[in-house]
Design a protein. Structure first.
Length: 271
């Protein structure tokens, strides 16, 4: 593990903090063809989050995921398949479909190499997302969000070289009852740097997500929540960076090609 300077200019997004919020971006640079993904995980600050790296084996592909309590909140595998999830308003799912059990994200990363394979995997296991949606993106430039609206599965595909997901249902945004300023902030920043023809790299994407972070705040019970960590992945070059609790002194930087060649699993506590 390397800890190096990855100075993000956090434009702090001040809001009434909502636990279990998230913001996820999959972006393809039209100039270079490179693929970047990023996620703001907004949650309680006393959560014991960590990074888990699983080696390639007979049981599955080499993979990295981040989360807590033996559950992957997001991650990427050696094939370049990425996923992340976000809470949504609760929806109905068909009775023939099942709720998520076990470490679903890890299972997907172990067994799938593309977006289409990941979606087919959910279909095969008859898993429905009652109060969340998931984004998948792969190394080919394909990305999609899968969610449920009124009992119907909806798949929203990448358009205009980007796909953004926060906490409203993309297939039925009116159902959320309000717009999402975090979604709008990310979209606006992309439009800005594309108009200025800025050279895109992982730092550019990092600072785009910084527009949508949530500063630490206490609720009425004194419990602190905010952006617990922000993760950035250059899928093309297999680079990984994670910033913990909006602190530029708490950065984990990994070269995924090297990590995925190792034969032993590794757990990296976020401190």
């Amino acid at each position: 593990m390397q800890r190096k300077t990855f100075a993000l200019f956090f434009f702090l997004f001040i809001s009434i903090y909502t636990a279990k919020a998230c913001a996820v971006l999959y972006y393809v640079d039209s100039a270079s063809g490179k693929i970047y993904v990023a996620n703001n995980e907004d949650y309680w600050y006393d959560t014991k989050a960590y990074i888990q790296i699983e080696p390639k084996s007979k049981q599955g592909l080499a993979r990295l995921w981040y989360g807590w309590k033996d559950f992957a909140q997001g991650g990427v595998n050696e094939a370049g398949l990425f996923f992340d999830g976000a809470v949504t308003p609760e929806q109905k799912i068909p009775k023939t479909f099942k709720k998520i059990k076990g470490n679903l994200g890890d299972d997907i990363l172990a067994n799938c190499t593309t977006v289409d394979e990941a979606i087919a995997y959910l279909e095969k296991r008859k898993i429905g997302l009652k109060n969340a949606h998931m984004m998948f993106g792969d190394a080919t430039g394909n990305a999609a969000v899968i969610e449920w609206v009124d009992g119907q599965q909806k798949i929203i595909k990448i358009a205009n070289n980007r796909l953004i997901m926060t906490n409203f249902l993309l297939a039925d945004s009116n159902k959320a009852g309000h717009s999402c300023p975090r979604y709008d902030a990310i979209q606006k920043e992309i439009e800005r740097f594309e108009k200025e023809e800025t050279s895109i790299d992982l730092l550019t994407i990092g600072n785009t997500m910084a527009r949508a972070v949530q500063v630490p705040q206490q609720n009425k019970d004194g419990k602190t929540g905010g952006t617990l960590y922000t993760s950035f992945i250059n899928i093309t070059d297999m680079e990984f960076v994670l910033v913990y609790k909006l602190d530029n002194t708490k950065i984990t930087k990994l070269v995924l090609k090297s990590e995925f060649q190792k034969s032993k699993k590794r757990k990296i506590e976020l401190l």
